[in-house]
Design a protein around this ligand. Sequence first.
Ligand SMILES: [Mg+2]
Length: 342
Amino acid sequence: MSPRRNRRAPVPGGNARRRVTVAEAGEFGLLDELLPALPGARDVLVGPGDDCAVVALGDRRLLLTVDTLVEGVHFRRGWLTPRQLGRRAFEVNASDVAAMGGVPRWCVLSLAAPATTPAGDLAAISRGVAAAAVAAGARLVGGNLSRARELSVALTLVGEAPAQPVTRAGARPGDLLFVTGSLGEAALGVRLLRRDPDARGAPVRRFRAPRARVRAGALLAGGGLAAAMIDVSDGLLQDLTHLCVASGVGARVELSRVPCSARVRHAGRLLALAGGEDYELLCAIPARHRGRVERLARRFGCPFTYIGVCVPPPPRVRVVDGQGRPMPVSAAGHDHFLGRRR
Ligand SMILES: [Mg+2]
């Protein structure tokens, strides 16, 4: 296309209506605009808006999800080795499959990079994806390469769904809220890496090498114990708000019960509430299943902690202290278009 044709033609009547940018719409405003336009079908059991789509293929049910890691947005080059970046790309997708109670099976990788990128880096990213996939019982089966201004790693993952996939939408007032593992450590790692790209220690390791809670998710779904589930990728309060909106319930979280390390408590508990990057599972469990779920959790390979309860709508999350008094915290987690660059 010639430079002349590339120039935008003047609009008759002038440019009175300025276009809303994606930054102004925000990630969730943009999704509100994009999603209703997608036609459904009988074999689409769960469409957009959950951790994965669920589709039927014969009598099998598959989970579909995609995630992209972009240089300068999700990471800086010096923060992870190429192999760690590849592993991370797999785990963040596997976390969405885990949140439906499924197991990862096949993935395809799309790598985009500047022409100056060492070829060995792209090979190492691919090997990282392949190794993480094998460790989870899945396989990297193909992909695509493209030139771009920044390095980006996009992975599409297909998972096998359980008989009853767990969505975000099944929670009811009175259900108990539990979370796997501990929160805030990876966000603390990001904070440390921003100050010093050579930072070391547990928080940095947690950012570099998240592990999707596939076993816990599959056991919860298989036992029919979880009424609703989501993975905590954008911060506990934001992801819990998504679960509440989808389920039409509110939630009350006891701050002192939110599991986090002494390091995170020292750095500020807001990291555990709104830091993001945790890739833990948050689920709503009907109160009658409490005993069964606590026995089952011994097989998760990670802590499984009660943090609060679902309450009647409106779908709002309140954080309370040990005496039940409301605490002033913002539910702001990560918005992919409003969030700052890294
Ligand atoms: Mg998710």
